[in-house]
Structure formats: C-alpha cells, structure tokens
Ligand binder design. Structure first.
Ligand SMILES: Cc1cc2nc3c(=O)[nH]c(=O)nc-3n(C[C@H](O)[C@H](O)[C@H](O)COP(=O)(O)OP(=O)(O)OC[C@H]3O[C@@H](n4cnc5c(N)ncnc54)[C@H](O)[C@@H]3O)c2cc1C
Length: 310
C-alpha cells in the first residue's frame, strides 16, 4: 500500500507541494505491460508553478524520472528510485487557435486526435493510433501510418531540472526516427501542433482506417509495450526477429508476439525481468543470424529486484 500526502502534510524532507506525493506507489498498474516495481516517490504536480517550485527546491542529486502512460516503458521489478513525475489532469488541456492545436503533455494522443476531428482539423489523425501522451510523443518522436510528431510540431514547452521553462522550436528539438535531441532531464509541458481545416467525414474515415489497421497489425488488446526495437536501415525489426526464428519465443510468461514479432507480450504473470531477458535473447539471436545489432526503442527504467534489495 502506498502512502499518500497532499497539501499541508508533505513530509519534512520534501519541499511543500500542492500536487500529490505517493510513497511506494505500485507502477505496474499504470504500465501497459502491467509489470514493474514501486516508485520510491510518485509526484503528480498540481500545475506548472507547483512543478517548478518542486524542481527548484529538491536536492540536485535526487533522481527524477518522468513517465506518461508507460506505453513504451519497461519498468523493472525493483522499482524506480527517487521521484517519478507523472503529469495528470492539470496537464491535459487541449485548445484551438488559428490553424494550431495546443495540447498539454499529459493529454492522450487519441484525445488530441479526437479534438482535432471535432473541430474539423486534419493532419493529426495518425495520433489516434498511438496509445501514449503528448509528452511521450515528443520524447519519442512518435509516429505511425506515414506521419510523425516532427511533421506537425510548431514548438514545445519544457521545464529543465532547475525549473527553468524553455520554449523550443521543432528544429531545435532535432527530431529524428524515435529520437528527440532535447536534454534527457527536460520534462515536456505542452506542444503546439499545426493543423489544416478539413472535412470531418474524411478525418473520421481516416481515423477509422487507422483503428482497423491497428487491430490487424498490432496485439493492442494484450499487455505489451509497443515496438521493442527500432527498425534498421536494412530491414524492419519485426522481419529480422522473424528471420532469426524468434516469433512466439518465450521466457517464462513473456512471449514474442505471434501477431507482430517486434512486440513482446506479458501472457499473464511475467516479470519485467522475463520481458527484458527475452528481449536480450531476441537481440542476441538477431545479431547471430543477421550481423545486425538491434537498437532498443523500449525505454527501460528502474532497478532489478536484487539491486533494490541490496
Ligand atoms: C499497443 C501499442 C502500440 C504502439 N504503437 C506505436 C506507434 O504506432 N508508433 C509509435 O511511435 N509508438 C507506438 N507505441 C509506443 C508508445 O505508445 C509511444 O512511444 C508513446 O509516444 C509513448 O508515450 P507515453 O506517454 O506512454 O510515454 P511513456 O511510455 O510513459 O514514456 C516513454 C518515454 O517518454 C518519456 N516521457 C514521457 N512523458 C514525458 C514528458 N512529459 N516529458 C519528457 N519525457 C517524457 C519517458 O521518460 C520515456 O523516456 C505503441 C505502444 C503500444 C503499447
């Protein structure tokens, strides 16, 4: 059971915050894989000012990790030391101005796509196929069905480890395939995206097409974490994995999806350790078979169980 603190009764060694502080909160419940240990501290800021004050007042050596909805995260079984920051409701706002949509980093990509649809704006349909948040999409330069964040981003706002707020242009972020050049410790707060007026029926039809394609191509109803590895210049990762004979490969209750072999599945009671060992074995076999070393797309955070206990 985690311990919850809110305004007025923050523990002494923490700066007073208006948001929520949860000590020992189980993170598996938030993760798509449904695995992972607890956060030493989970902090949900009340707003940007609250987060800024927190960052300005916590010791510089305290480890800080930000998560979205953990759809591309493997959280290790020993949990995450330090503070895990999760941007929730106050960071979910979505608004429309002339030919732009501004979305908080905590907003779900699908909510942003639906907002664009209801306002007759096109170009954001691809976001409906990505189950993360805008913050995660910026960090990963998320993309699907021929578009990625880089194609629509005007600028983003982020806060650094000292609490300074930066507004950065698309060019400054140097977004490339599943990569963002922003400093690792920046926390994205919002993004302004370019949209073009369009017919609602056409936008809705494109989103329906994407939803249909996803059902056929991805194991979206299972406990998964999205693509495990990045595609190589030579071949897509799934094909290399298939050619290395890893389709359906298992470690305990962790399995390479039969449906899409760059996705790993928690078949029930897999531990993060099983999933990570499975991915390491897949990577080894692909290397042996093709000579190519797959690069991780999945972000792995936290520590293993033994490390946490020692
Ligand atoms: C079924 C399924 C299908 C998927 N399909 C696709 C797809 O088609 N295309 C695609 O690109 N991805 C896909 N993904 C992967 C995933 O949805 C994306 O990478 C998404 O952008 C991650 O967002 P998130 O909020 O879940 O981030 P998390 O998984 O929580 O975190 C991912 C990374 O982003 C960082 N991060 C999160 N929020 C912030 C923030 N506010 N500021 C700074 N850093 C932050 C985290 O620290 C971490 O490094 C899929 C995943 C699943 C489970």
């Amino acid at each position: 059971m985690s311990q919850k603190y809110s305004e007025g009764n923050t523990p002494k060694h923490f700066p007073p915050v208006r948001g929520e502080l949860l000590f020992g909160e189980d993170l598996a419940r938030y993760a798509w894989f449904r695995v992972g240990g607890p956060a030493e501290v989970l902090y949900r800021p009340a707003d940007t000012a609250d987060l800024q004050k927190f960052l300005q007042n916590v010791p510089a050596k305290l480890s800080i990790t930000v998560i979205g909805v953990a759809s591309n995260l493997l959280i290790r079984d020993g949990g995450v030391p330090g503070v895990v920051i999760q941007l929730r409701k106050p960071f979910n706002t979505i608004s429309l101005a002339e030919n732009t949509i501004t979305a908080g980093a905590g907003a779900l990509d699908i909510s942003v796509a639906r907002f664009a649809l209801s306002n007759g704006c096109r170009n954001l349909e691809f976001l409906s196929g990505i189950p993360g948040t805008i913050g995660g999409a910026l960090r990963m330069n998320a993309g699907a069905y021929g578009s990625e964040i880089k194609d629509i981003l005007i600028n983003a706002e982020a806060i650094d480890r000292e609490g300074n707020i930066h507004t950065v242009s698309n060019d400054e972020l140097q977004l490339t395939y599943r990569h963002c050049h922003a400093p690792k410790d920046w926390i994205f707060l919002k993004a302004t995206l370019a949209v073009v007026p369009g017919k609602k029926e056409k936008i809705a039809a494109k989103m329906a097409e994407i939803a249909e394609a996803r059902v056929h191509s991805q194991p979206i109803r299972q406990r998964t974490g999205g693509s495990t590895f990045k595609n190589t210049l030579e071949k897509p990762a799934w094909q290399l994995i298939d050619e290395a004979g890893c389709r359906g490969l298992r470690v305990g209750e962790a399995q390479v999806s039969e449906h899409h072999c760059n996705f790993l599945i928690n078949c029930g009671r897999a531990k993060a350790y099983d999933l990570e060992q499975l991915a390491i074995e897949v990577r080894r076999r692909v290397h042996e078979q093709s000579g190519l070393l797959l690069e991780w797309e999945l972000d792995r955070i936290g520590r293993e169980e033994e490390e946490a206990g020692s």
